[in-house]
Design a protein around this ligand. Sequence first.
Ligand code: NAD
Length: 253
Amino acid sequence: MKLQDSVVAITGGGQGLGRAMAVYLASKGVKLALIDLNQDRLDEAVALCEKAGSEAKSYLCNVAKEDDVISTFDAISRDFGQLNGLVNNAGILRDGLLIKAKDGEIVKRMSIEQWQSVIDVNLTGVFLCGREAATQMIQNNNQGCIINISSISQAGNMGQTNYSAAKAGVSAMSVTWAKELARYGIRSMAVAPGFIATEMTASMKPEALEMMASQIPLRRMGEPDEIAQTIAYILENDYLSGRVIEVDGGLRV
Ligand code: NAD
């Protein structure tokens, strides 16, 4: 795919990895449709994309809500007249052990709210946005690419029953969509980052972060731009589909 003048939607585009991807792609001439829950963050991200030399529009939308997602992708199609890419990046953490017990007594359990909120955003949100983006791409007769942001936690990570299950699902959906959507000229990929320095990881306990960083063979956390570069590479390479690229400094859980 030629990046110049293509239109790419990014969920969770207001901050962190989504914002870094948006600014990086804007510097390559991509027009951005940024989707997020936070209007202030969106406004900042749009201004940064414009500063980087491209066009961007913001869409306030909860990716877990079907009506919101349908009307947002309709609006993107109307505003830009085309859609060539989607990065399903919005995600949340609600970490906790499945069960914590002491001396045979149950002390704490993962609540259904903890489970459901992460599944709603990180799994259902990806399903809804992927479905609506593919619908618009087919109706507009656009070639396209959908990239889902998975995680190193897809392999299973302590304290992340909800998040690991969602991220494994996201990786599997990417492979499924590559098989189903190729006939319409749509590719589908996933990126599984390791530990990247964003607001999300800043919210983790410092001792957990320090422990993780010490186990990364490259001995540092990744930078948001290193994920953004991978997104551009996937969009540009028309023979990539149905695979999960791990960008984790050599770390395996
Ligand atoms: P972040 O918390 O900094 O940003 C996430 C963005 O998503 C925020 O702007 C937030 O407002 C938005 N968002 C949350 N829920 C939403 C919803 N329901 N609808 C619309 N927008 C919503 O997180 P990040 O570190 O930039 O992570 C981005 C993605 O990368 C996530 O899917 C995360 O799971 C994944 N990831 C991050 C890391 C990391 O180390 N940072 C590692 C692996 C995977």
